[in-house]
Design a protein around this ligand. Structure first.
Ligand code: SAH
Length: 337
């Protein structure tokens, strides 16, 4: 087991199982997340025998940064995992603080046609500690604290549900990395059963849905997952999620030139979302070397945006980061494998 993969509740259970008081779990959390102590032997308020036991039961290694690319407001980190697989994490500097975009899997099986990560199939899920480790390693490297986390890197987080949920619990916990739930966003291509499960999850995180098309025919062409979980059913699941959680959901929509970016598409999207507590985040496409899709022209982006506004749909255009340093979702890793 890895210590960074344990939620506080798991650690409490662990201590009870070895006949110890469960408050020791809080002490361990304080050592590893507040004091950032990296060696069990230095947990000085914990008895020597227990430290020895902990050392037998837990590792504390995390993914290693093997490459760092720096641009003005964005940096990319390539990580090497213990089995030599590679993942990447993006750090963005906003005026409100630092956010990171973490990966949840090595590769991805969703196969979205425009996406670099999907070109390389899923190798495996990330373990919880490998997600927590992305944050710890970056904070250590830059000597600054991260204030928000988006689970929008490589992988489909709802295809690695349990590990992602534990990750969220650990980074959110006040004795853990203490990132507020409203500063945590999970993005999914729409795995309906898991959206239902997530609506029962007590933490008030943000949910973002990668919609990218306003009808089934087009969505199935660019996102094969739509054949398993069609658009209308995704929308129904989102409506239920909103009803249950009372939270506004983000609809992500990449604008792909001459594919999904016409004014007619904007009207169709508005009709689909009418009356829902959502906001649309229009994403200028990050072009990649391998894929034929092109970014929409500025005038199409503007027209799409204005059409949604006229239709009284809440809409923003995502700020573009780091196209210079291959920040397009999976490109740093794909150069290495
Ligand atoms: N699998 C999850 C999360 C990872 S992808 C999901 O589908 O939401 C995060 C977001 O980046 C998704 O909206 C995805 O469609 C988008 N994306 C993928 N490749 C992109 C690219 N080249 N340019 C812009 N956005 C991209």
């Amino acid at each position: 087991m890895n210590l960074y993969g344990q939620t506080l509740e798991n650690l409490e259970k662990y201590f009870e199982s070895i006949g110890e008081k469960k408050f020791k779990a809080t002490q361990v959390f304080e050592w590893i997340y507040q004091k950032r102590e990296e060696k069990i032997e230095n947990f000085s308020n914990i008895k020597k025998e227990i430290r020895t036991q902990l050392e037998q039961d837990f590792k504390m290694d995390i993914p290693k940064i093997i490459k760092r690319e720096i641009d003005i407001d964005v940096e990319k980190f390539l990580f090497n995992l213990s089995d030599d697989e590679k993942i990447e994490t993006v750090l963005m500097r906003h005026n409100y603080g630092l956010s990171v975009c973490v990966s949840s899997q090595v590769g991805c099986n969703m196969g979205c046609k425009f996406c670099e990560s999907g070109r390389l199939k899923k190798v495996r899920n990330l373990e919880t500690y490998e997600m927590v480790g992305q944050i710890l390693a970056i904070e250590k490297e830059i000597k600054e604290r991260i204030s928000s986390v988006v689970i929008m890197g490589i992988g489909e987080p709802l295809d690695n549900y349990e590990n992602v949920i534990d990750f969220i619990k650990i980074i959110n916990h006040p004795k853990g990395i203490a990132i507020g739930s409203r500063h945590i966003t999970l993005s999914t291509c729409g795995i309906i059963p898991k959206i239902k499960l997530l609506s029962e999850f007590p933490l008030q995180i943000n949910l973002a849905i990668s919609l990218h098309a306003p009808n089934d025919e087009l969505r199935s062409k660019i996102m094969p997952i739509n054949k398993a979980y069609p658009l209308k059913e995704v929308i129904e699941a989102v409506k239920e999620y909103i009803k249950k959680t009372n939270r506004r959901v983000t609809i992500e929509y990449i604008l792909l030139k001459n594919v999904n970016d016409s004014i007619a598409h904007a009207h169709e999207l508005a009709t689909l979302l009418r009356g829902m507590n959502v906001y649309v985040n229009l994403i200028p496409y990050n072009e990649t070397n391998h894929i034929e899709f092109k970014k929409s022209e500025k005038k199409s982006i503007d027209a799409f945006y204005q059409t949604l506004q006229k239709e009284k749909i809440n809409v923003t255009v995502r700020r573009e980061f780091g196209s210079k340093i291959s920040a397009a979702c999976g490109q740093l890793r794909s150069k290495e494998v």
